[in-house]
Design a protein around this ligand. Structure first.
Ligand code: ADP
Ligand code: GLC
Length: 474
């Protein structure tokens, strides 16, 4: 089984969120299952050149905007599976991954170049596995090319939805210039008067997956469908939910190189050292007995910050300290800044992106807060469990699939969950968590339950392999 895995971000080359973690780990896990998986990824100026092994092509020709563009392609093994990185500086050397008015040109070019690369490598993959809106163009081109036979005539496509809210919208007037010449080829993009690369990918791929089972059902309804629920219902026979895994090579408190001390479920003493170091790092009083609640997140409405805002003072009054790592919308950044200014001994914030700090907070905190409005999968709740940091989450999407409510009667469960998107419900579960935190023997039990959960990628990779094979039974 030969699989070309397309992603606009993958650790260690680029990461803005969970897609980077997934695309950095899944190809490697597929290789471990015997799949001949190759990652195809843009070469950003922010990517560390030391990760590149060699330049494999300096003259890959790409049909583009009615003419030809020539690009270089580099090979890297830094993600555990072979990765080809496409070097087109005018599109990818801009200091960040997304957020430009010509993003649709940038990632349409990426798709075009990826297909040209596959042609140049000379052996068509069995499956092209695209991820989120930046990969939608490639799926659309594969479908548009099928009636003409050719190199990719027998290649199947799978589109994975990591977040249906980001649809890759642009002016449909650009479709023609991008090479979609009208009729069905262009119609698949149209969505409420705009063009959407995500919609095109979902319409044209042979099957669709999401990153948790629950999310695959939620997006079939109007509340979570972001205007595409009708399409999700239409494709439900070809829609599967596979929960993301955790790369324990990168996220394991027994070996994590970012941590000042290491620990395991049997000996949690290193976690206390991590907590003290975290308090010091942030200039908070060194009170190891005070529960630390953490958040590591893009500061966007999806992550439930409207609820956090409403309960923050009560949480501090209940005796907790709060640590937040993240940046994003100014209203949430402003809120955390004000909270910190009013309670500097209890609140610490780091506005920005820091991989080492993300690991140090996972290790040093006691409770992890993730009250998302919606969550396709979510990774931090799974990292938290492995780090003995108890998650408090809203029961939505992958959060519901991966966190089991603690039951004091049986001692089973890995965290605390609430259902309605409601501040009081969140506060109730935070208080419940804080209550059990004061009972060390119970708390250890919850921590150990979480640390024992196996979310490694192997099981998920095997499910993808089954999906790849099923593409040939359609
Ligand atoms: P999403 O992809 O929606 O942002 P996930 O929970 O799937 O949510 O993944 C988020 C990933 O990004 C995690 O690995 C998390 O640690 C990381 N992350 C988010 N914000 C930051 C930040 N400010 N600094 C470092 N890592 C971050
Ligand atoms: C998205 C989702 C997140 C998911 C990640 C990786 O960014 O918001 O829930 O974990 O993709 O699949």
């Amino acid at each position: 089984m030969r699989v070309a895995f397309l992603s606009s971000e993958a650790v260690p080359f680029a990461k803005t969120g969970g897609l980077g973690d997934v695309a950095g780990a899944l190809p490697k896990a597929l290789v471990a299952e015997g799949v001949d998986a190759t990652l195809i990824h843009p070469l950003y100026d922010t990517t560390d050149r030391a990760l590149l092994r060699e330049r494999v092509f300096d003259n890959l020709e790409v049909d583009w905007l009615g003419g030809r563009r020539t690009v270089s392609v580099y090979l890297s093994y830094a993600a555990g599976a072979p990765a080809f990185l496409i070097d087109a500086p005018e599109y990818f050397a801009r200091g960040k991954v997304y957020g430009f008015p010509d993003d649709h040109y940038r990632f349409a070019f990426f798709g075009r170049a990826a297909l040209a690369l596959l042609g140049r490598l000379g052996q068509a993959p069995d499956v092209i596995h695209g991820n989120d809106w930046p990969s939608g163009f490639a799926a659309a081109w594969v479908r548009a090319g099928r009636p003409w036979g050719g190199f990719l005539a027998n290649t199947r496509t799978l589109m994975s939805i990591h977040n249906l809210a980001y649809q890759g919208l642009f002016d449909p007037g650009d479709l023609y210039r991008l090479g979609f010449k009208g009729g069905e080829e262009s119609n698949v993009f149209l969505s409420n008067g705009a063009a959407s690369s995500l919609k095109a990918g979902l319409m044209t791929s042979d099957a669709v997956s999401t990153v948790s089972p629950r999310y695959s059902f939620e997006i079939q309804g109007p509340e979570q469908g972001h205007g595409l629920d009708w399409l999700m219902r239409q494709r439900r026979d070809r829609l599967v939910g596979i929960t993301n895994g955790v790369d324990y090579d990168a996220w394991d408190p027994a070996t994590d190189p970012h941590l000042p001390a290491h620990y395991t479920a049997d000996d949690l003493s290193g976690k206390r050292a991590c907590k003290l170091e975290l308090l010091r790092r942030f200039g908070l009083p060194e009170e190891p007995g005070r529960p630390v609640i953490a958040s590591i997140s893009r500061l966007v409405a999806q992550k439930g910050f409207d609820l956090v805002r409403q309960v923050a003072w009560q949480v501090l009054e209940a005796g907790a300290a709060f640590v937040s790592l993240g940046s994003g919308e100014s209203e949430y950044e402003g809120f955390f800044q004000r909270l910190k200014d009013s309670a500097p001994h209890r609140v610490a914030i780091y506005r920005g992106f820091s991989e080492p700090l993300a690991h140090q907070i996972e290790a040093g905190a006691d409770i992890f807060l993730m009250p998302s409005l919606f969550e396709p999968c979510g990774l931090n709740q799974m990292y938290s469990m492995r780090y003995g940091t108890v998650p408090v989450v809203r029961a939505t999407g992958g959060l519901d699939d991966t966190v089991e409510q603690f039951d004091p009667e049986t001692g089973e469960g890995t965290g605390f969950k609430f259902g309605p998107y409601d501040a009081r419900a969140l506060l109730g579960e935070v208080r419940e968590a804080l209550h059990w935190y004061t009972r060390p023997e119970v708390w250890r039990r919850i921590q150990r339950n979480g640390m024992a959960v196996d979310n490694s990628w192997g099981a998920a990779a095997r499910k993808y392999v089954r999906v790849y094979h099923a593409l040939f039974d359609l």
